[in-house]
Design a binder for this molecule. Structure first.
Ligand code: TXA
Ligand code: MG
Length: 336
C-alpha cells in the first residue's frame, strides 16, 4: 500500500549568501527535507539524529527502509567520532576527506539514529568537498543523511532543476549552486574489516585508493543477491525511461546514441539524438555529464538508448557501473 505523502511547499533557494544556507539549516533543524549540492550529485538532506525526519525522507524518495543512508559531516574529525577506524580507514580518511569518498565503518554509538543506518551496526560516513555543502553542514552542526535527491530508481540529480523535477512538492527546499562537478556519486569503501573492500566505484578512482593503501583493492562480494554487501546496490538503478543498450557497435532505427570521443558507429547519422559525453575523450568530463546525458536522451523520446563501448580505467569504472545499472532489468524496489 502506498502511503500518501504530505504536500510541501518547496522553496528554491539560490545559494548566493549566508542567508540561504541559514534558512536551509533551519529547515533541517526543524525536521525538514532539504536538497543541497555536493561535489558529486545533489543530496536530499535530513537530520540524521531525527528518526521522524529520516522516515519522511525515505517516504519522499519512495526508498525502501532497509537501504541505509550516508551520514555527512562538515569536518572529518566529527565524522571520525561516529565510527571505529582501522589504520587503513584512517589513512583513506586523511587522504580523501573532504572529498568524494564514503567509508563504511563499525558504528561507534552516538546520535545517528537506527533508521538512518537501517538497523546495521555499521555506519557510512562522508565529508563532502563543496563550499555550499560545507557551509550548510557547518551551520547545522550535526550529521546530515543525504541520499541522492531523486525518486528511488531514477537518475541522480546534478542540478537543482533535476531535484525539483523529481521532488518538488515532497521536500521543503533545494539549495541551488548550479551543476555539480564530479557528476557520479562517491566511491564507497567497506572499511569494517582489516582489509578495505570496494562497495561502489565513484568519484575517487580505484588507482587513487590503491596508491594510499599500497595494495590492490578487492571488490566486496555480491554472492548473496538478497543481501548484497551494500544493501542499496541492487541491479537496476539510475534508470532512464528508455531501455539502455550497452556496448553498441551500431545504432538501430529510432534509437538515441550516447557516445564518447566523437565515435560514430554505423547508423549514428539516423539516431534520434546524439549526446557525446566528452568529444575530447576526457573521462572526468564524461562522468560530470553522464546523468545529464541520460536525462537529455530520455527526454528526446527515443525507443532505446544505444551506448558505445567506453574506456574502463579511471572514472570509467564508475561510469560503466552506473550504465550497467541503467541497463539492468527492471522494475525493482531497492534502488536509491
Ligand atoms: O555521492 C554520494 O555518495 C551521494 C551524495 C549526496 O553524498 N549520496 C549517495 O547516497 O549516493 P545514496 O543513498 O544514493 O547511496 C548510498 C549507498 C547505498 O547504496 C547504501 O546501501 C550504501 O551507501 N550504504 C549506506 N550505509 C551502508 C552501510 N552501513 N553498509 C553498506 N552500505 C551502506
Ligand atoms: Mg542514489
Amino acid at each position: 500500500m502506498a502511503h500518501p505523502i504530505p504536500v510541501r511547499h518547496t522553496r528554491h533557494l539560490l545559494a548566493d549568501g549566508a542567508a540561504a544556507t541559514k534558512t536551509a539549516a533551519e529547515f533541517l533543524r526543524s525536521g525538514g527535507l532539504v536538497g543541497f549540492p555536493t561535489e558529486t550529485v545533489y543530496g536530499l538532506g535530513a537530520d540524521a539524529t531525527n528518526a521522524q525526519a529520516v522516515a519522511e525522507l525515505y517516504a519522499a524518495k519512495g526508498r525502501p527502509a532497509f537501504n541505509p543512508l550516508i551520514s555527512h559531516y562538515a569536518h572529518a574529525a566529527d565524522a571520525m567520532h561516529s565510527g571505529h577506524f582501522t589504520p587503513a580507514a584512517r589513512a583513506l580518511a586523511e587522504a580523501f576527506w573532504p572529498g568524494p569518498l564514503t567509508l563504511v565503518v563499525p558504528f561507534a554509538g552516538g546520535d545517528i539514529c537506527d533508521l538512518a543506518r537501517a538497523g546495521l551496526n555499521t555506519v557510512a560516513l562522508r565529508v563532502p568537498d563543496h563550499p555550499v555543502a560545507h557551509a550548510l553542514l557547518a551551520a547545522f552542526g550535526g550529521p546530515v543523511v543525504a541520499p541522492s535527491a531523486n525518486r528511488s530508481g531514477h537518475v541522480s540529480p546534478t542540478t537543482a532543476e533535476h531535484v525539483l523535477g523529481d521532488l518538488s512538492g515532497r521536500i521543503d527546499a533545494v539549495l541551488d549552486s548550479g551543476p555539480t562537478e564530479v557528476g557520479v556519486e562517491s566511491t564507497i569503501i567497506d572499511a569494517t574489516g582489516p582489509v578495505p573492500r570496494l562497495l561502489r566505484p565513484g568519484g575517487i578512482t580505484r588507482a587513487q585508493i590503491e596508491a594510499v593503501l599500497g595494495h590492490i583493492l578487492a571488490d566486496a562480494h555480491h554472492d548473496d543477491a538478497e543481501r548484497p554487501a551494500s544493501p542499496g546496490r541492487l541491479a537496476s538503478h539510475y534508470a532512464p525511461r528508455a531501455p539502455v543498450r550497452l556496448n553498441s557497435l551500431s545504432v538501430e532505427p529510432g534509437e538515441a546514441l550516447l557516445t564518447f570521443s566523437g565515435a560514430m558507429p554505423p547508423g549514428a547519422e539516423q539516431a534520434a539524438t546524439v549526446f557525446d559525453l566528452s568529444p575530447e575523450g576526457d573521462l572526468v568530463q564524461a562522468a560530470a555529464r553522464l546523468y545529464d546525458a541520460l536525462r537529455t536522451l530520455d527526454a528526446a523520446g527515443a525507443r532505446a538508448i544505444a551506448v558505445v563501448p567506453l574506456p574502463r580505467h579511471g572514472l570509467g569504472e564508475a561510469i560503466a557501473d552506473r550504465l550497467g545499472r541503467a541497463a539492468a532489468p527492471r522494475p525493482e524496489q531497492g534502488a536509491s
